[in-house]
Design a protein around this ligand. Structure first.
Ligand code: ADP
Ligand code: MG
Length: 690
């Protein structure tokens, strides 16, 4: 083999052929560098697992043992239960997976399993795994219980066809060589001042720790780096934004904004009124507005954003609203068209699927200034798009865009005001990492007159009754979502379950139209199914993906969630927000194997901020058990609130760098700039305009 470099494609590494390279690509691992940066999402050692004999009823625990026997048991109610007896040196315990008979095909006698979940009493102690991992095969050389042998085992994100165990082997095999190729990024004086391990040391600690404490030290160095890169981009964006800014202070002319208020079909909520006041305050001040408008789905963010747009328009500026998908852009366009009709303003729509001629027409109207308001997708940030005078930029579901895409849209104006919208309420610390310093307005109230949402937790034994209820709703003219979770480690089985479910429902309900969307569909196909649902051509939508945040189908009145225990609380809340958008009562039904307290707590509240807190707490605890951290694409290693202190450190470090060298032009900062630009490739624009 030729000499290994960090940009060598993984398929040229020993032990990785075409097939494994393909599977690795699904995990985002394409080069040797990516493999080195494919980090464990948790560790298992003796301190995190309980000896089987000591598992107590009522515990929520993790255990490791060999599969001594296994099989599928039918129950009286017709539910098939997969069960396995796990044995370690201290004893044995029965594990049960109700309704997951398919596991019989993948779990084998002799394998060493890690299981985590609640222990209960049913003819003896039983553990009902929320999740499991195969740590070793029956014939593994590594020894049948690596944990008992005193090792700290890193566990890697895995995918279909490539278990975490294989990944662990591959990384272990190449680790020393790959680390040998990586170098420190920070200038030495800074690294010492902040008492950080070197980057190669940190990578070693993370992949091959002697203790979980060592792994954590390594992880924190990598997390800090991640936050530093983000702060560098945000700091640079601020620097660029401030430069040349001669305060566009809009004036409240009470023309369009007042006419909108007079023509609204309903009164604004107090929260909306306050948010509009705050935004108006920002926009009339000479400083550039940089504000986040946060509120659960259905709290009415769009109309608040419209006020900001009209304030710009009545001052002879243009306004742009960018949404993450075509579907959402179309939906906003429709809403704005309706609200603006009485004012005689027609907003434009710019999305990828328009014909070249249609796009060209909109582009020339924007450049000439005859189009005052435009809604679009990232098509808006393409270089060919120019504005005559862009005064305000609204970015919906902004976390779906990178810092650099947001910056690119802002760069279309001289220094437009910026309003970010988010339907995901998050605690302040998280907001700070994602967006840097910015102001926030919050919508908590829902407009009156919206139907309430009843949340109920039902046992899987009641599935038939629940399905009959769903059928009744649809026959009555309403629509329903049925959502199934997909977790990567069992993706194949999960997808199969969703298809099976959609087929079974089609057979069961010959009087209803049932559609299916899942994460493997390409965007256009997915959009097609979603459109059919929105237009009422489908009555029931079976979905494995978290359905488009923000999608608005007021006629949908049922959200049925299978295996709710496998979703985070914030995700459940997002899903619930898909219904209750029309005037009538809606239903969110959780079809759970068991009614856990967390689901009851969820059913009892609709306060998104409360749920965000519960969710964060749950994830923090989940990490001990080893749940995967879901979240930002940009922030993968840092976690909150644990790393709140790193945030301060990252800012201090970043400030030290940027104060000395705002454009990162000094030789000693080159590696830092190069890495930040690798993480945020499109941020190059920030350095060019500087
Ligand atoms: P969000 O984007 O926050 O999820 P939208 O802006 O899409 O919410 O608003 C949801 C629905 O509520 C829309 O149909 C909108 O017309 C309606 N709406 C907004 N504000 C009010 C209000 N004050 N009173 C009644 N309905 C409202
Ligand atoms: Mg919205």
């Amino acid at each position: 083999m030729t000499q290994l470099r960090l940009d060598t494609p993984v398929k040229f590494l020993k032990g990785i052929g075409e097939r494994r390279a393909e599977a690795l690509a699904r995990l985002g691992v394409v080069t040797a560098h990516d493999l080195l940066w494919h980090l464990p999402h948790r560790y298992i050692d003796a301190s995190t697992v309980t000896p089987v004999a000591r598992l107590k009823v009522g515990d929520d625990a993790a255990a490791v043992g060999r599969v001594a026997s296994k099989g599928v048991l039918p129950t009286r109610r017709g539910l098939r239960i997969f069960h396995a007896v796990l044995r370690d040196q201290s004893g044995a315990i029965e594990c049960v997976w109700p309704g997951q008979a398919f596991l019989d095909r993948s779990i084998e006698v002799g394998q060493t399993l890690l299981v985590a979940g609640p222990v209960r009493f049913y003819h003896g102690r039983q553990l009902a795994p929320r999740e499991f991992l195969v740590l070793a095969e029956a014939d593994d050389e590594e020894g049948q219980d690596p944990i008992a042998a005193g090792r700290v085992l890193p566990v890697y994100p895995a995918t279909q066809g490539l278990s975490h165990k294989i990944i662990r082997g591959l990384i272990g095999r190449h680790l020393e060589q790959l680390i040998g190729l990586s170098a420190e990024i920070l200038p030495d004086d800074l690294r010492r001042r902040f008492e950080l391990p070197t980057l190669p040391e940190a990578l070693h600690s993370v992949h091959h720790p002697k203790s979980t404490a060592e792994a954590e030290r390594g992880r924190r160095r990598l997390a800090l780096d991640e936050l530093v890169d983000l702060q560098l981009m945000l700091g640079r964006a601020r620097h660029v934004a401030k430069r040349g800014r001669q305060g566009v202070a809009f004036e409240v002319k009470r023309e369009l904004t007042t006419r909108l208020k007079e023509n609204l079909p309903w009164p604004l909520t107090d929260d909306q009124r306050r948010a509009i006041r705050e935004i108006t305050g920002d926009m009339t001040a000479p400083d550039r507005m940089h504000r986040l408008l946060m509120g659960d789905v259905g709290t009415g963010k769009t109309v608040v954003a419209l006020f900001a747009m009209l304030l710009a328009v009545e001052n002879d500026y243009q306004a742009a609203l960018m949404a993450p998908t075509e579907l959402l852009a179309e939906q906003h366009h429709l809403t704005l068209t309706r609200l603006l009709a009485p004012l005689g303003i027609a907003p434009g729509l710019l999305v990828g699927r328009l014909s070249a001629a249609e796009k060209e027409k909109i582009r020339s109207q924007l450049a000439a200034g005859s189009m005052r308001i435009v809604v679009g997708t990232h098509a808006l940030v393409q270089e060919t798009v120019t504005f005559q005078r862009l005064g305000v930029v609204i970015i919906d579901e902004q976390h779906r865009f990178g810092v650099e895409q947001r910056a690119a849209l802002m760069a279309k104006g001289t220094s437009p005001d910026v309003l970010l919208l988010s339907a995901t309420p998050i605690p302040r610390s998280l907001a700070l990492t994602r967006y840097g310093d910015l102001d926030m307005s919050v919508l908590k109230q829902r407009p009156p007159g919206r139907g309430t949402i009843r949340t109920t937790v039902r046992g899987t034994s009641q599935r038939d009754k629940v399905l009959d209820f769903v059928h009744g709703q649809c026959i009555g003219g309403r629509q329903a979502y049925i959502v199934l979770p997909v977790i990567e480690e069992t993706e194949k089985a999960d997808l199969l379950a969703a298809k099976t479910m959609a087929d079974a429902l089609t057979a069961r309900w010959d009087d209803l139209a049932v559609g299916l969307v899942h994460g493997r569909l390409k965007a256009p196909e997915r959009d097609q199914v979603m459109r059919a649902f929105r237009e009422g051509d489908l009555d029931v939508l079976v979905a494995t993906t978290v359905i488009e945040v923000g999608i608005d189908v007021p006629n949908a009145s049922v959200m049925l969630i299978e295996h709710p225990e496998r979703f985070g609380l914030a995700q459940l809340h997002q899903l619930r927000g898909r219904v209750g958008r029309g005037g009538e009562e809606s239903h969110c039904i959780l079809l759970a194997g068991r009614a856990a307290d967390r689901l009851k707590a969820f059913a009892a509240t609709t306060d998104g901020f409360r749920i965000a807190e519960l969710d964060l707490e749950e994830r923090r605890q989940g990490d001990l058990l080893g749940h995967r951290q879901s979240g930002d694409a940009e922030i993968r290693v840092a976690r909150f609130p644990d790393d709140n202190d790193l945030l301060g450190q990252a800012r201090e470090l970043t400030r030290a760098v940027l104060d000395e060298d705002p454009g990162l032009e000094l030789p000693k900062h080159r590696p830092l700039k190069a890495r930040a630009l690798t993480r945020y490739p499109k941020a190059e624009v920030l350095f060019r305009v500087g």
